[in-house]
Design a protein around this ligand. Sequence first.
Ligand code: FES
Length: 652
Amino acid sequence: MANRIKVTFQPENRVVEAGPGETLLDVAALAGIYINSLCGGQGVCGKCRLKVLSGEVEFSSRGIGFLDRKEVDEGYVLACQSTLKDRDVEVWIPPESRREEEQILMVDNIVQYGAPSSQEAGAAPVPVPYYEPLCHKVFLKLPEPTLKDNLSDLERIYRALAQKFPDVKWEADFACLRNLARLLRDNHWEVTALVHALDSHCHHVRSLEPGDTTRNAYGVAVDVGTTTIVAQLVDLKSSQVVGVEASHNQQARYGEDVISRMIYACGHGGLDPLKNAVVTTINTLVNSLVAGAGIQHTDIISFVAAGNTTMTHLLLGLEPCTIRLEPYIPTATRIPWARAAEVGLTGHPDALLHCMPCVSSYVGGDITAGVLACGMNDSPQLSALIDIGTNGEIVVGNNEWLVCCSASAGPAFEGGGTKCGMRATKGAVQKVRIRGDRLEIQTIGGGKARGICGSGLIDCMAELVAEGIIDQSGKFVRLDHPRVREVDGVPEFVLAKETESETGEPVVITEDDIGNLMKSKAAVLAAMKVLLESLGLRFSDLDRLYVAGGFGAHLDIEKSIRIGLLPDVPREKVLFIGNSSLGGARQALLSTHAYRKANAIARQMTYFELSVHPGFMDEFVAALFLPHTDQSLFPSVQEALKNRQREEALLK
Ligand code: FES
């Protein structure tokens, strides 16, 4: 047997064994410890620093640029660039290298489509219209055959089903015939059919089991996010949610964003680890749901997954390589159903998996699910749905038409590409208030600051411009403010000094960070403006603006408008709809009609390619201002600014 090396991770004191040549990043994951790996282990982000306390590792020179001399002498290495040699090792993980539990949005304020009276986000849940789960169970008590009633066993089942569902044609999988004769006779002609109701005219019996098991029929709706995965357990008989669990997508060790995962998947042998990682994450959530609800895995007969196009491909083990390369073609947008077991998901052996349909390479099933969940496709009102992350996906339309686009917003909203940026995890600054020289910050978890997350950056930028510390082009103008300092000629605002932060390093927002954030917000606003104008519309024509996703849930509407991330529409028109990807997946789980509707939405949505639009770059440049170079687009912000100037003049 190959030499096994003991690796001890501190401060947990967790010990695992691994072989020579394995990276510390992989060994940490093996130990259930997740380390920041923004670049997926390529050695180019420097976020996976560990300190070797004893023993020795092979440290590739590739990572050396991220460590200074003192750190190297102290034993710091990059986990992804350090491989085990032949001796036991003990390492310490500094807090900033640890991927803490993210604020995961597990709730959805879905608007029930087809129920106009309740079309308000946050409205009390009402039964899903056309309630008929994609998969459900039907108990059959068959009459015993006689010489007069001598139908075959299968026809006898069809007849019983037709009596319960007179308008439906019935078919059965061939596998149902095996042992059917014995199954019926051994169980006094009482069996339960697992029914797949995808086609409204013709339902399929996928399997048969002895006795009445209709009480044990559950489904799982899954939001397959790039960063986090959320799973809801739903009782298919009562339509009640009986549990919800969430965790990091274990694919993160192969890259934090979609592009780095595509690159990994398309490298030699990269697809299987990525598929296994997402399947393992979902199965782990399912294990917790099953244990929490006191049910069996075999009680789960249906899964519905909603994810972006790349995540959907990776879950199904489909190569995502052509998604990334011009002309950006996915293997499929409308995905045929599959046996969940074939994909690797644990449930009933005949449980089925349906994926929410995608529109294009960059508008996926999560967005289709979002449209379904907010119901904009059923309303005559003009609505826009915006989902902001590293990509900003935007859908505009009503019950007659839907147009969508996707703009690359860069990593700033997710805490990347900024000096002290981090994801929305414990210790991230998420709220900032500046009044004169006074500064108040609020961190996730309430402890000392470790960095700043996307919504914190937006909050901070809005405060800086409101206080006149930066100007509308994002440049520092109040260099005399006690929290402003210059480092190597670059001004920065100090949110937490060395003595105030958790890491002993200051938490700052620099002029470059502000520039990056302005590019991100400009890309999103410009995309929405170009999309609307190409339809002959303006922001003021919108009746509703739905903001979806985890990042959206923590946004401050007023501040988002003040910096020009969201358009200046009356505030009551803006609705945060939470995790609408999960909400849409659950609707499809509970309603065949909803699933078919999602397919119709995906077919109906016209994808608008921004990259070839001649006006996009001009709009992008025009939006590189706070809130915008065309101030008339932001009348309420202008008004607030004037009022403030008036008040200040009076005080002088
Ligand atoms: S440098 Fe190690 S994960 Fe990026």
